[in-house]
Ligand binder design. Structure first.
Ligand code: NCC
Length: 277
């Protein structure tokens, strides 16, 4: 085993899942007109200059955190779904580089994916799990929510946009990494949350990731999201997604010096990419 695998096994497991976006050259898309919708650009510009990244969970306990300024100092800031910054800048910051969105957000009319300003001028990584063991051809006809038509509309409307689809096979490989970490405790056969998918997608591009309010801090307040009043602890501790296992694994990846302080007091998990240790 390498040094990294010995000392940071969970981080290595997540990296090995190889969570990625689909590219034009990937079969079967290299033979399908649909594949020509994928951007030619890479997921991020100037990857060599990326030093620090922040992932902002949508958790209710971000409310009142005043972490906005800290979040905005990072080179890359990742957010999820339709989580707003407007009106919440003090707590969550205002910079957004990339949004990871699930296929419900791409398809349901209330989110207005193809027009809403929140999805413009940021990188988009959209995902849908499809069937476990399904082929990519199957996926095109059996996604949980048919994200393809709105993706096509968005790409045609904004040809210069960086909007990508996450490889669903890589989402299930991440699920397998999670199951490997959980050992003999079977996790639910549902895909990881957008938060965990986002972490796995970002880590290969970023030497240091600060994941904010994912493992709940002492600010824990029972609210689902920082941007709504809804009370629902399942958003934090999980029901459909294997969220509890994800958060245990993420905590195991934490490298912050004074770890208990930063995780539970400040709500910040610091994860370093193994090759830069
Ligand atoms: O709620 P959601 O997630 O958009 O949150 C984004 C990510 O933040 C982390 N989170 C959120 C709330 C909380 N209290 N604690 C947290 O740690 C999680 O990592 C989460 O992934 C999703 O993962 O895409 C999800 O999306 C929502 C919903 O579809 C969208 O918000 C659009 O309305 C799902 N909720 C429902 O379907 C009702 C949620 O299960 C997962």
């Amino acid at each position: 085993d390498s040094f990294e695998e010995q000392y940071y096994p969970s981080t290595c497991l997540v990296m090995e899942a190889g969570v990625r976006v689909l590219r034009r050259k990937d079969a079967p898309f290299n033979k399908l007109p649909f594949g020509r919708l994928f951007p030619r650009q890479k997921l991020f510009r100037n990857v060599k200059d990326i030093k620090t990244c922040a992932i902002v969970s949508s958790a209710g306990s971000l409310a009142g955190s005043k972490l906005g300024r800290f979040i905005d100092t990072h080179d890359i800031v990742m957010r999820f779904n339709h989580a707003p910054t407007q009106g919440h800048e003090v707590d969550v910051g205002s910079k957004t580089t990339i949004r990871v969105v699930n296929s419900q957000v791409v398809t349901k009319p209330e989110f207005d994916f193809t027009r809403a300003p929140i999805f413009r001028n940021v990188t988009i990584a959209a995902w849908d799990p499809g069937k476990y063991n399904g082929t990519l051809e199957d996926w095109l006809t059996s996604a949980d929510y048919d994200l393809f038509s709105n993706y096509e509309l968005y790409r045609r409307r904004y040809p210069k946009s960086r909007a990508f689809l996450i490889d669903p096979h890589s989402v299930w490989r991440l699920w397998q990494s999670l199951q490997m970490f959980a050992g003999n405790r079977p996790i639910s056969k549902n895909p990881p949350s957008s938060g965990f998918i986002g972490l796995a997608l970002l880590l290969p591009h970023c030497p240091q990731v600060d994941f904010v309010e994912y493992v709940p801090s002492t600010r824990l307040n029972g609210r689902c999201h920082y941007y709504s009043k809804e009370m629902n602890s399942a958003c934090t501790f999980g029901s459909w997604h294997p969220l509890a296992a994800e958060k245990l694994m993420a905590l195991d990846m934490n490298m912050a010096e004074d770890d208990d302080m930063s995780v539970f007091q400040f709500g910040i998990l610091r994860i370093r990419r193994p090759d830069k240790l």
